[in-house]
Design a protein around this ligand. Structure first.
Ligand code: HEC
Length: 186
């Protein structure tokens, strides 16, 4: 009996790692010189903000080859699970109630993402019901961490970060601490 369970759990582990290995990484994800992956071209670390930005000006994740996340993205992982998970499901996979943000971010821009979260959106359903994304623009626990939430979801959407707990995180940049403090106190 025990052997059967061992075999079953081994199969689950193997199929889980196959699924991980075959996860498609977005064509836009780019490797930096140090072997890390970022969401697109021209990524640079802005020490004042404590965040990585792309050439386009959008914030990005910066994930090392061993899966270590930059602190902003790790923060986003934590904050997503405290502020959004209840409706959008674990790790952005969606629920019967709200869409899979992992899919949304395949096409949605950073500025549209920020706009929907800040202003909310109500869609009237054919049956007379409503589908409501609440406006969270006054919620500092969301807005002060929104770049991180975006970076985390984008990394999930790009196939760069798998489901589950991240492999590790980098130290918190001093600039990011200041950015967060001024957001909360400003
Ligand atoms: C109370 C439930 C609830 C919470 C909490 C919530 N959402 Fe939503 N969200 C929704 C629903 C429902 C929709 C779909 C609205 C519609 O039908 O257009 C939605 C839509 C969205 C969309 C648009 C997706 C698309 O494909 O157009 C984004 C982006 C989004 N939410 C981000 C977030 C983020 C980020 C958080 C956490 C900071 C969050 N939401 C928290 C319920 C929620």
């Amino acid at each position: 009996m025990q052997n059967i369970w061992k075999a079953i759990s081994l199969m689950a582990i193997i199929s889980g790692s196959l699924a991980y290995a075959t996860t498609m990484v977005s064509a836009e994800a780019t490797k930096t010189e140090d072997g890390a992956t970022v969401a697109g071209k021209g990524a640079e670390f802005d020490a004042d903000a404590g965040k990585w930005y792309l050439e386009s000006g959008d914030p990005t994740y910066h994930v090392k080859a061993d899966g270590t996340l930059d602190f902003l993205t790790y923060r986003g992982f934590q904050r997503y699970h405290s502020e959004c998970h209840v409706c959008h499901g674990p790790e952005g996979v969606g629920s019967t109630y709200a869409p899979a943000l992992v899919d949304s971010l395949k096409t949605m821009s950073y500025s549209d993402f920020v706009a929907v979260v800040a202003s909310g959106r109500t869609v009237h359903l054919p049956g007379g019901g409503e589908s409501v994304m609440p406006a969270l623009g006054d919620n500092k626990n969301v807005m002060c961490y929104l770049d991180g939430i975006y970076a985390y979801l984008k990394a999930r959407s790009d196939g760069v970060v798998a489901r589950g707990r991240p492999a590790g995180k980098e130290a918190k940049p001093e600039g990011l601490g200041k950015t967060e403090d001024s957001c909360f106190n400003g």
